[in-house]
Design a protein around this ligand. Sequence first.
Ligand code: ASP
Length: 470
Amino acid sequence: MRTSIGEIKNNEGKEVEFSGWVHARRDHGKLVFIDLRDRSGLVQVVFPPNVSGASDIRLEYCIKISALVKRRPEKMINADQPNGEFELEAKTLEVLNKAGAMPISVDTDGMEIDEEVRMKYRYLDLRRNRLKENMLIRGKVTKYIRDFLIDKQDFVEVETPILTKSTPEGARDYLVPSRIYPGKFYALPQSPQQYKQLLMVAGLEKYFQIARCFRDEDTRGDRQPEFTQLDIEMSFVEREDVMALNEALLIELVEKLFPEKRIQEKPFPRITYKDAMEKYGIDRPDLRTDKNDPNLLAFCWVIDFPFFSAEGGSASGGEKTKWTFTHNPFSAPKPEFMDDLLAQKNIAGILTTQYDVVLNGFEIGGGSIRNHRPEALRAVFKIMGFEDERIDSNFGHMLEALGFGAPPHGGIAWGMDRLVTLLRNEPNIREVIAFPKTGDGRDLMMNAPSVVDEKQMQELGIEIKKINKK
Ligand code: ASP
C-alpha cells in the first residue's frame, strides 16, 4: 500500500512504499540522491549502489520505491524543509513512467516563464507548488462555503442549465447552435440570474450554486470568457439581510482558512456611490491604510447606486434620453423610489437596492433586492425604451412567473476567481484557475477555438461566409 510523503512522520524506522515524481536529482557516483515529490510534499531519497536503475532516472520520472524512513542526524536536518528531519533510504525502485525533457521547469514559482508556454503545458505548470496550493485552497474555500450555507444556514444547492436563452446581463452571449432546430440557438448563461429568481417563485427560499458563467467580451485585462460565481438568492429578505449573511460568511471564511490575514475593519464600512465617487473618484475604493501589507484585507460595501444611466452620457432627463440599467435590470429600486419607477419619472434620481462588496479596490461581489411584482419589472424595461411586444417576447416568462405569488427576494453573486486571487496574493485570476484561457480567449493547451468538421457544420445547417484569417 502506498504511503504519502505527508505521512512520513508516522513511519519512522519502517520500510514503506512511496510513489511520486523526481523533483530534483544529484548523482554523486556511488550514491544517487533525489527529491521525491507527491501532492503532499517533498522528501530526500538516497539510493545506495545496490538499488539498480537509480542512475538512469531523470527529472519528473514517475517512480515507485520501497524505502526505510530514517531520521537524519541532528547536524544534517534541513530546518527550512517540511520533511527536513527525515530521509528515505531506498531498497527497491520501479519506474512507473519516464518523462521527456521538460519544456518548463516546475520547481520554481513559474513567474519567470513565458505565460503562453505555461498555459500550453498547463498540466505540467500545475505540478509546481504555488499552483498546486492554489488548487487545494480553492477547493477548501468552496467546501467552506458549502458547509456554511447548507449546514448552518439551511440553503439548498441547485444546478441550473448551461444551455439556456439569451439574457440581458450587459455582455455578449456565447451562442450554441441547435441541430434539431436549425437556425435556432441556445445561449450560455451570463449568470443564473433568471433561474435563481424562478427558484424563489418555486418556493425554495434559500438557494446557492457555485456557478459557471459565460460572457463574450472583448479582451479586458484579466477577465476570462468563463468564470465562477458563488450565486445566492433568498426569499423574504431585505437588503440588510443579504448583506449581513454575506459579511458573516466572508469574515468566517477568511478567519478560518486564512489566519495570516487581517481584516482592517469589522463590520465592513459602507459607502454610498455618491460619496465614493466624490471622495475616491471610483466606485470600488481601496481603503487599505497600508498598501504594502500583503495580509491586510479592506472590505467595504458600496450602496445607493443610481438605477439608470443615460446612454451616450447625456443625463439631461429630456424626453429623448435613452436609459439603460447600471447593474441589473431585475433589481428593485430603494423602496422610497418605487412610485417614481412605476410612474417612470425622476429617472436619473432613482436609486437601486444594489450592493457591491469591494476588497482592496476590487469588486468581488454584487447583488440586489429584486422587483418581485411584474408591473415594477415592466416599468424598468419601459424606461429603457422597450415596446410591450419586445418586453413580452424577451421577458414574458419572468413577468408571468412574478404574477403567481412571487415572494419578495434578493441575492448576490461573488466572483470566486477574483476572491481567491486576492486571498492568495496572486497577480491575476489565471493563477487560481486550473485551465485558464488567454486574455483573448484561446485555450493554448487544447488549441481552442478550432475549426470543426464539415460534417458537423452541415448537420447544424451552418455555413461560414468568410473567415478573417488571423
Ligand atoms: N446576476 C448578478 C451578476 O451576475 C448578480 C446578482 O445580482 O445576483 O452580476
